[in-house]
Design a protein around this ligand. Structure first.
Ligand code: NAD
Ligand code: UDP
Ligand code: UDP
Length: 343
């Protein structure tokens, strides 16, 4: 039921969304790095609702205070403005390590910082996990498969990444982060979980995020040109954020410590996706073709057999249901920004 809820937060009498009352031995202290971002803030809502104590660590590079401000002042919630590249001492039972810009324009804006965030940042979180004996989950990515030569992608595929291209700061950063996770597991026994996340969309995406779902929806809502990069024949598979949050929660609390793909296998050519969004928004936009971006993966689709078998997870939202929900969210964002939506 939690995965199917349409709104992430409904206010109770206290002014906060209701949270479960957990017995002391089940209430965990949980750190969410990157918790003010798109995925992180949706995960924070779930963890708070489940009754845990949540600390968000975020430098607000791409995250926003408004994504988590509905928990400010709650006795179970703490927000630390800080950078994972700096060491930090905290006492926690679990770490969800999400801190890292995820959209290509954001992670390419300062590639040196991106690689530091994935390497030094993950090292610090692993040092913390080791010291306090916490279980740690890394938000890895389908990008570690690069431009894949096998389709759909299974977790045993080692990938095809250009180590020196403009995407490398992100892809190789996450690959090293995975390597660090399993080195700390082997050498000092840190309890690790690795989620390989495929393209995800939903509420709290930044309107200027620059990824395909936010670009297309905002362009369509404003009747502006919908920008296809390349001919649009490249494919992606899109999952709604509530499904991802459910998968992250299930993976963290499972006994499975190898990497797990989390994604919706429903695969679209980007051009088809543009038409779908145009139809769902009733938009008059034109669909225009711009030059392709460097090293853009040709296709991407998760094989989710491992997730089904080992953590009992599969997506429950159809892409269309998720898009309808997300379109409503972006309409409201545009209104809040004072933008005019043509009627
Ligand atoms: P996002 O940009 O909305 O969130 C990232 C968060 O991390 C932001 O709040 C940002 O301020 C914070 N951050 C960045 N660098 C930091 C640093 N050095 N120290 C502290 N905080 C820092 O992106 P998202 O889509 O929510 O992605 C969250 C995680 O999931 C990322 O690790 C990303 O790589 C991974 N992921 C996301 C997707 C997706 O489709 N959304 C796909 C694959 C993997
Ligand atoms: N670290 C941290 N918080 C902690 C423990 C460690 O930020 O609670 C950092 C530490 O500063 C180091 C990294 O994590 O940069 C790796 O720590 P580890 O103990 O594994 O390595 P070492 O400090 O021995 O190099
Ligand atoms: N894309 C596009 N127009 C846009 C933004 C993205 O055609 O305005 C394409 C992009 O080239 C890629 C796909 O959509 O093929 C997904 O891009 P995104 O940046 O969302 O995520 P990626 O999977 O590349 O990390």
């Amino acid at each position: 039921i939690a995965t199917m809820r349409a709104e992430s937060v409904r206010l109770g009498k206290s002014g906060y969304a209701p949270v479960k009352r957990l017995p002391a031995n089940q209430k965990l202290r949980i750190l969410v790095t990157g918790g003010a971002g798109f995925v992180g803030s949706n995960l924070v809502d779930r963890l708070m609702t489940e009754g845990h104590e949540v600390t968000v660590l975020d430098n607000l590079f791409t995250g926003r205070k408004k994504n988590i401000e509905h928990w400010f002042g709650h006795p179970n919630f703490a927000f630390v403005v800080g950078d994972v590249v700096q060491p930090i001492m905290l006492e926690v039972d679990q770490i969800y390590h999400l801190a890292c810009p995820a959209s290509p324009p954001h992670y390419q804006y300062n590639p040196i910082k991106t690689i530091k965030t994935s390497t030094e940042g993950t090292l610090n979180m692993l040092g913390l996990a080791k010291r306090v004996n916490a279980r740690m989950l890394l938000a890895s990515t389908s990008e570690i498969y690069g431009d894949p030569e096998i389709h759909p992608q299974v977790e045993t595929y080692w990938g095809n990444v250009n180590p020196i291209g403009p995407r490398a700061c992100y892809d190789e950063g996450k690959r090293v982060a995975e390597t660090m996770m399993y080195s700390y597991q082997r050498q000092v026994g840190v309890d690790v979980r690795v989620a390989r996340i495929f393209n995800t969309f939903g509420r709290r995406m930044h309107p200027n995020d620059g990824r395909v779902v936010s670009n297309f929806i905002i362009q369509a809502l404003q009747d502006k040109d919908i920008t296809l990069y390349g001919d649009g024949s490249q494919t992606r598979s899109f999952q709604f954020v509530d499904d991802l949050v459910d998968g992250l929660y299930k993976l963290m609390n499972s006994n499975y410590s190898l990497p797990v793909n989390l994604g919706n296998p429903d695969e679209y050519a980007v051009a088809t996706f543009a038409h779908t969004i145009k139809r769902l928004t009733g938009s008059r936009s034109r669909i225009v073709s711009l030059p392709a971006t460097t090293d853009d993966p040709r296709k991407r689709k998760p094989d989710i057999t491992v997730a089904k078998r080992h953590i009992g997870w599969q997506p429950r939202w159809t892409v269309q249901m998720g898009l309808e929900h997300t379109i409503e969210y972006f309409k409201k964002e545009l209104e809040d920004m004072g933008e005019i939506i043509p009627t």
